[in-house]
Design a protein around this ligand. Sequence first.
Ligand SMILES: [Zn+2]
Length: 174
Amino acid sequence: MSRENLEAKAEKTLRDTDTFRVPVAIDLVAQRLNLTMEAGALGEDVSGMLIIRGERGAIGYNSGHARVRQRFTISHEIAHFLLHAKQGGKPQLFIDRYVAFRRDASSSAGVDRDEVEANQLGAALLMPKKLVQQEIRNNELNLDDEDAISMLAKRFQVSSAAMTNRLTNLGILR
Ligand SMILES: [Zn+2]
């Protein structure tokens, strides 16, 4: 799916679930998509997982991770559900290890593409383009100032690194 379509899909998903506001209530998005959620001790390098059976999905996320990281994980798993659930297929399992977020020579191109796509939609759900632009405008933020980025990150309840990535991908930050 193209980047523009992913942005549109993120906004539509949030509007359909009545969650298009800052900070995005990502737990509520999952709930309104009929996804169940559970925090668990998954081991240090596992961020989260998604199990899909028929129409239903369950998200597991690492209880030991910081809340901003848990939000990122939940959003990523929601993105897998929206993008990669196969209709009427066999049960599917996605497991997201920390290493899954970087390119790995041993992983197949197909898996890589799914992960890249889930990361993009996940980021767009947590930091919707229009809401990010709106916050920058309303608060007259100067993004040359690192404090402005950390303030923006706090508003959206994401890490500063995630916000910096997002601003770069949106072409707002050079
Ligand atoms: Zn993934």
